[in-house]
Design a protein. Structure first.
Length: 302
C-alpha cells in the first residue's frame, strides 16, 4: 500500500543520511595490515545487522507473531499445524522484507560510496596492479598496499600506483552496490507479481480487503482505548470512592494502609482461570476485596 511505500522511502532516506554522517564523523581507516579488513567489514556489516534487528523489533507483526504463541501452538491440532506453519512462514517473509529496507539501503549506499570497501580489501589487490619491484617481499607489499587508503602515508613515488588501486577498488565496490540494488528491486517486483498471481481475490476486491483491515484496526484501537479506560475507571472508583473527572463529588474513600500495600509493588500478569487474567494489583484487589472502610464527606461550599 501507499503507507508502506512511504514508510519504506522514509526509512531509506534516513538510512542514507545516517550513513553519510556516520562516515564523515567516525570512519577512519587504520591503514595497517590485518586491521583494514576487520575495520572495513565492521563498518559494512555491524550497522546493517543492527538496522535489521531494529527493523524486526519495530514491526508490530513481529510481536503479534511471537507473543503468547507458545501455549497456543501446543493446542493446535495436527491437521491445522501445517496451515499454521505456512501462515507463520508467510508472515515471517513479510516482516523480513520490511526489516531489510534499512540494512540493504545501508549496504548499497556504503558500497556505492566505496570508502569502506577500499579500506577493507586494499591489501589484497593483485600484484600486477601494484607495479612494485619484484624483489619486494609479500609482507612488505601488503604493508604498502594497506597504506593506500591513507594518502598521507603513501610515498610520492607510489602516488600513481595508489590512484590506480583506489580507482579499481571503487569500481568494484560501486558495481557491487548497483548489482545489489538491481537484485533487490527485481526480487521485490517478482515477489509482488507472484503474490498477486496466487491471490484468490481480484484487484478491486483486494483493495477493499486492505481498506477493511485498515479501518478495522483503527476502530479496534479506539475501542480498546475506551474499553480499557472505562474498565480501569471502575477499579479506581472502588479504591478512591469517586470517578476521576467528576464535577460533583460528594465523598471520597480513604484507603487503609493494608490496601495501599496490596496495590503497591511489582506483579506479573496473573491468570485467574482458563479465560481471565488480573492485569494489575489494583485490578486484583478490586475483584477480591469489598470496598468498605472510611469515607470522608466533601463540603461543596467554597
Amino acid at each position: 500500500g501507499k503507507e508502506v511505500v512511504i514508510a519504506n522511502a522514509i526509512i531509506a532516506i534516513l538510512t542514507i543520511g545516517g550513513q553519510q554522517l556516520f562516515s564523515f564523523f567516525t570512519f577512519s581507516c587504520p591503514c595497517h595490515v590485518g586491521q583494514n579488513l576487520i575495520y572495513g567489514l565492521a563498518f559494512l556489516g555491524v550497522p546493517a545487522l543492527i538496522l535489521l534487528i531494529v527493523g524486526y523489533a519495530l514491526n508490530n507483526q513481529t510481536w503479534r507473531l511471537v507473543t503468547g504463541k507458545r501455549s497456543h501452538f501446543e493446542k493446535v491440532t495436527t491437521s491445522n499445524r501445517l496451515l499454521k506453519c505456512k501462515l507463520i512462514c508467510f508472515v515471517l517473509c513479510s516482516i523480513t522484507g520490511r526489516a531489510l529496507v534499512a540494512p540493504v539501503t545501508w549496504l548499497a549506499v556504503t558500497l556505492i560510496n566505496g570508502s569502506y570497501y577500499v579500506c577493507a580489501v586494499s591489501e589484497y589487490v593483485p600484484t600486477y596492479y601494484y607495479g612494485a619491484n619484484p624483489n619486494v617481499s609479500d609482507s612488505e607489499r601488503r604493508r604498502i598496499l594497506a597504506t593506500f587508503p591513507c594518502s598521507q602515508l603513501v610515498p610520492p613515488e607510489m602516488t600513481r600506483a595508489r590512484d590506480e588501486v583506489i580507482l579499481l577498488l571503487r569500481y568494484q565496490s560501486q558495481v557491487a552496490g548497483w548489482l545489489l540494488i538491481a537484485v533487490v528491486v527485481i526480487t521485490v517486483f517478482l515477489s509482488y507479481c507472484l503474490a498477486s498471481c496466487f491471490s484468490p481475490l481480484s484487484f478491486l476486491h483486494f483493495r477493499y480487503w486492505s481498506s477493511y483491515l485498515h479501518n478495522e484496526q483503527e476502530l479496534f484501537d479506539e475501542a480498546t482505548e475506551q474499553h480499557s479506560r472505562l474498565y480501569a475507571m471502575q477499579h479506581v472508583r472502588k479504591f478512591f470512592g469517586f470517578v476521576p473527572g467528576s464535577e460533583n463529588v460528594k465523598e471520597i474513600r480513604i484507603p487503609s494502609l493494608r490496601e495501599w500495600q496490596a496495590i503497591s509493588g511489582l506483579a506479573f500478569l496473573k491468570q485467574v482461570d482458563d479465560e481471565h487474567y488480573d492485569y494489575s494489583l489494583l485490578h486484583d484487589w478490586a475483584l477480591k476485596e469489598h470496598a468498605s472502610g472510611k469515607y470522608l464527606k466533601i463540603d461543596e461550599d467554597p
